[in-house]
Design a protein around this ligand. Sequence first.
Ligand code: ZN
Length: 596
Amino acid sequence: MENFIVSARKYRPSTFDTVVGQGSITATLKNAIKNKQLAQAYLFCGPRGVGKTTCARIFAKTINCLNLTPELEACNECESCKAFNENRSYNIHELDAASNNSVDDIRQLIDKVRIPPQIGKYSIYIVDEVHMLSTAAFNAFLKTLEEPPAHAKFILATTEKHKILPTILSRCQIFDFNRMKVENIVGHLQNLAKKEGIDADPNGLNVIAQKADGGMRDALSFFDQIVSFSGKKFTYQDVINNLNVLDYEYYFRLVDYFKAGDVVNSLLIFNEILNKGFDAHHFVTGLSQHLRDIMVCRDAATVQLLEVGADIKDRYKKQAQESTLPFLYTALNITNRCDLDYRDSKNKRLLVELMLMQLCNIGGKIVSQNAVSQNIAQPQIQAVQPQGQPAQPVQQPQQSVQTVQTQTATQPAAQHVSTTVSQPVSAPAAQTAAAQPGQISIKDLMLRQKQQAAAKQQQLNEEKAAQTPVQSNECQDFTPEQVELLWKKLAEIYKTKKPRLHAIFASSVPKIKENYVLEMSLQNSLQIDTINEVKTGFVGYVRKELHNSKIEIVTKVDENASSSNMIYTDVDKFNFLNSQNNNLGVLKTELNLDFI
Ligand SMILES: [Zn+2]
């Protein structure tokens, strides 16, 4: 059986020219060789698998080559080059500081430094993961690094530059290796596939490169993994299955569903993804990435930030043209919030499903016959106007029953689609909701459901009231019991929406005076103000309920009201406390505080 050599080793570059994606670094190194301006120590920084050690080895080989080519590359033929290529050169010493980070390890290295090389001019000492050295080892190393013999060259490599002591940094020439671009990795893999006679789907190679996240070594090992599974030919689907990568296809379909408000299919796709064993959080971040990719496709200037294959790029562009910016902003906001909340969530699946529902509702057009959406959807609440009367009494509670739709700027507010998140909320809350489209937490949703239930009850009460229109000339007599009953009803109507009105109606049943005047004895002027604000409205309601169009309602402060049964508003409470300790008033003024 043929000996299998992993591609990362088999195709390790042996000259500067074959190093992928680090052009400026190899050019600088070659220039230094050309001008014979070699530094004593180099620091190679950058993520894993981008060619730091490879470049260090090529550099070591090249400066020792006895017969440099005109392009300043190692000849690969002289005795020194052969020794390097066969891994038997004595001119190169590698120390992995991740596992050899003690003072003793460094001392052994320092001892070797004194001995000059047998063949070639230089001894090269490569210390990998140099940030892992212990402080004592660092200090022991420092002296040698400061005054090394002329034949010794140091190449320190690290993935974490910020952990290197300034004293080391100042003694090294520093090279920053970049993450490799997806297109570079794909190009390299394509060459490799050609040499190996492998028919590789370019879209599949793209997925490999993306999964490798800028590291060539990882990309090569993924490549090997897929080749060993699929043989001489592999497709996009093979790569997806093998690397456990979520297919782009899902995301494309999902975005289409979001735009159509199709909750059912969105939830089904999510279920399918979970069934395939994918992590839900992985799905959320992937969806965010997809939305981001669509976003960068909207502008010719940012298209270059999209690192996908040509075929898929066209699909992204198409979806970008079909998506509005407000939709994308809102969608990104929603997925990002879900990403942030994910870790703390007790019911992660529900969290993601809720995110999907919100995404479907961005346009405010969840398909209303959806079985799923019906659970949370409520019919829009219609304002019930009593006929022939000023609408105020019933309207007062209704003013807070405004319907708000979460929507993007592209969806005109006038659209009356029955929607999941059309909620009765109080006016200030409505403004908040409108200001932050699509931002709904589970807590909000529960609160809204409660409000909806209350609003429904209220609507029923009002509808009942509206069924018996008052005749303008009606003038029936009524009893104190009827009045008391009506006041209880009013108190009930205001119970959830206007606690202050509720308290008043519950506590002060009016006396019947002459000429159908109802006199309410209230406990303070504040209560009178509260009633006056809504009085014009609810008079009509009372007239209708008691079938008497001549009813008038008057209010007065009850002189006998003892302070013990005063209803304390926030202002009352504050005034009372302030009378006990007037520092409170000072505090309020100084801090510019106000009542909510
Ligand atoms: Zn050579």
